[in-house]
Design a binder for this molecule. Structure first.
Ligand SMILES: [Zn+2]
Length: 65
């Protein structure tokens, strides 16, 4: 951790801020999960457009990509 990030030896946070950070973490985690799921479907050489409906159906197991 960079030294300028550490401003307190014993950091304290109120409940509201802790909930906001928790929600932010969950949002970011959801985005990363989706990102990591979609990346294998991307073919940069073909420069093709992704159809998220196809990926969704593939994820549900009703269609093979
Ligand atoms: Zn607060």
């Amino acid at each position: 951790m960079p030294p300028n990030v550490v401003v307190s030896e014993e950091p304290v946070m109120c409940t509201n801020c802790a909930e906001i950070i928790q929600n932010s973490f969950e949002f970011k985690s959801t985005c990363l999960y989706t990102h990591n799921y979609i990346v294998p479907f991307v073919n940069e050489k073909e420069n093709s457009k992704l159809d998220l409906r196809e990926i969704y159906l593939c994820k549900k197991g009703t269609r093979r990509y």
